[in-house]
Write a protein that binds this ligand. Structure first.
Ligand SMILES: [Zn+2]
Length: 285
C-alpha cells in the first residue's frame, strides 16, 4: 500500500501555478525544444509577436552540445531581450545528478522520466526528485505510461491507466504528468488518434496539469480537444528540428553563400512561422 506523500506547505512554483490556472481555463502553454541560438531565436520571435508565454526545453543532448551554463544564459537573455514570460525546463531526464545540476543552474522545471521502469521504481525515483525540487521551488513533471520515443515502436500498448495515475500522483506529489493517450515522439506514419475520453478520466482522477508529448504532427482539432480536457503543456520538438534543417538545406542548395548571418535567417524565420502557427492553434478559443 502506497502512502500519500506529505508535502510541506510551501507556495507552489511559478510554473506549477501557471499550468494549473491554464488547465482551469481550458488553455495550454507551448513547450518548445531549442538546439542552438538560431532555433531559440525563431521560437522567441514567435512568442514575442503573439505575446504568448513559452516554456523553453533542453534535453541532455542539447545541454551536452551547448554547455549547461551557455544554454541557460542564452535562454534567459533571450527571454529578457524579447520581453517574454518564459520558463526553462529540463526535458526527459533519467539522471538525478543532472537534474540537480540543472536546478542549481536555475531551471524552473525538470522532467524525471522513469516511465520505462516498473511503477514502484517510477514512484520512488519521482518522489526523490520532487523532494529535491522543493528546495528550489521548482516544478516537476513525470511520465506514466508508454509514449514511444524516437526509434521505438508505436505499436506497443501502454496508455496511461487512470487509477494508476491517481496512485502515482498521490504517492509522489508530482506537479505535472505526461500521459500516454495516443501520441508518440517523432513523425507519425498515420494520423494519430488521441483518446480524449481516457484523458478526461485521468484529469478527473489526478487533478493536476497534464502534458502531451509528441506534439509534432497532431492535427489542430485533436490538440484543441486535448487542451479542453486537461492538457496544459504541449511539447514540440521534432517539427522544429525538421523545418530548420529543411529550410537550411534548400537555402544551401540554391547558392554558395558562406556568410552564416545570411544563411541562417530563413531557417530562423521558418521556425518562427511554425511556432506562430502552433501558438495560434493552442490559443484558439
Ligand atoms: Zn517527450
Amino acid at each position: 500500500m502506497l502512502m500519500p506523500v506529505q508535502l510541506p506547505d510551501v507556495h507552489p512554483a511559478d510554473l506549477t501555478e501557471k499550468l494549473s490556472s491554464f488547465q482551469k481555463k481550458g488553455k495550454a502553454i507551448l513547450a518548445t525544444n531549442f538546439y542552438n541560438y538560431e532555433t531559440l531565436r525563431g521560437i522567441l520571435q514567435a512568442a514575442a509577436v503573439l505575446e504568448q508565454p513559452i516554456i523553453l526545453q533542453l534535453t541532455k543532448s542539447s545541454l551536452d552540445y551547448m554547455g549547461l551554463a551557455s544554454a541557460v544564459k542564452m535562454a534567459r537573455a533571450g527571454l529578457q531581450s524579447f520581453n517574454i514570460k518564459g520558463w526553462l525546463h529540463l526535458d526527459h531526464c533519467y539522471s538525478y545528478s543532472l537534474i540537480q545540476q540543472c536546478l542549481d543552474a536555475g531551471f524552473d522545471s525538470v522532467m524525471i522520466d522513469a516511465s520505462e521502469r516498473p511503477l514502484e521504481d517510477n514512484i520512488r525515483i519521482t518522489r526523490k526528485v520532487v523532494d529535491l525540487a522543493l528546495q528550489y521551488n521548482a516544478n516537476v513533471e513525470a511520465e506514466l505510461g508508454y509514449v514511444a520515443k524516437l526509434g521505438q515502436s508505436t505499436d506497443q500498448v501502454g496508455f496511461t491507466d487512470p487509477e494508476e495515475a491517481r496512485q502515482f500522483v498521490e504517492a509522489t506529489g508530482v506537479h505535472a504528468l505526461a500521459v500516454a493517450i495516443g501520441s508518440a515522439h517523432g513523425f507519425y506514419k498515420q494520423e494519430p488518434r488521441l483518446d480524449i475520453e481516457l484523458l478526461a478520466t485521468i484529469r478527473e482522477k489526478t487533478g493536476i496539469p497534464l502534458v502531451l508529448h509528441g506534439g509534432s504532427g497532431i492535427p489542430a482539432a485533436a490538440l484543441q480537444q486535448a487542451i479542453k480536457n486537461g492538457i496544459s503543456k504541449i511539447n514540440l520538438a521534432t517539427e522544429i528540428k525538421n523545418i530548420f534543417i529543411q529550410t537550411l538545406q534548400a537555402c544551401l542548395t540554391e547558392n554558395e553563400e558562406i556568410d552564416l548571418r545570411v544563411v541562417f535567417p530563413p531557417a530562423i524565420n521558418a521556425v518562427s512561422d511554425l511556432v506562430k502557427e502552433k501558438l495560434a492553434i493552442i490559443n484558439q478559443p
